[in-house]
Design a protein around this ligand. Structure first.
Ligand code: SF4
Ligand code: SF4
Length: 128
């Protein structure tokens, strides 16, 4: 997963996507956004940044003072969401890198599960 995220970071540098870092889109319910991810992404997020339970209001619990507190472990959907992306560059990157995660799961014989972030954080059990 680290290799996948590293390659994505390299590809993002080669695109013209901009983010002001305001954190607005991390107020997921307010934004009308469901953040879906594979369980491999969820595992990386929780193992690197701890399990944070969602609170009422539907804001991602990893948001702290308008900044993501989980930058290194954040999911693919976080990395490729750009509210100003008129050419759907980010969507193409998302598909490419989701396929990489699917391939990784296939190579390692892991069944891939998908879940929405807030619901998953509310139910998941994590034992380091
Ligand atoms: S993608 Fe848009 S809403 Fe989200 S942090 Fe960047 S500028 Fe703000
Ligand atoms: S993990 Fe970070 S980038 Fe993703 S929704 Fe939460 S605060 Fe935003």
């Amino acid at each position: 997963m680290r290799e996948i995220y590293r390659d994505l970071a390299r590809d993002l540098l080669q695109n013209t996507l901009t983010c002001l870092g305001c954190g607005d889109c991390c107020h997921l319910e307010q934004w009308g956004h469901e953040l879906w991810m594979t369980h491999l992404e969820l595992y990386v997020l929780i193992s690197e940044h701890g399990l944070r339970r969602p609170t009422p209001g539907g804001t991602c619990p990893y948001l702290r003072e308008k900044r993501c507190d989980a930058r290194t472990g954040r999911a693919l959907g976080c990395r490729v969401f750009f509210c100003r992306d008129p050419h759907q560059q980010a969507e193409r990157l998302y598909e490419t890198y989701l396929n990489r995660i699917r391939e990784l799961a296939g190579e390692t014989g892991v069944d891939l599960y998908y879940g929405e972030l807030l619901r998953s954080l509310g139910h998941v059990e994590y034992r380091p």
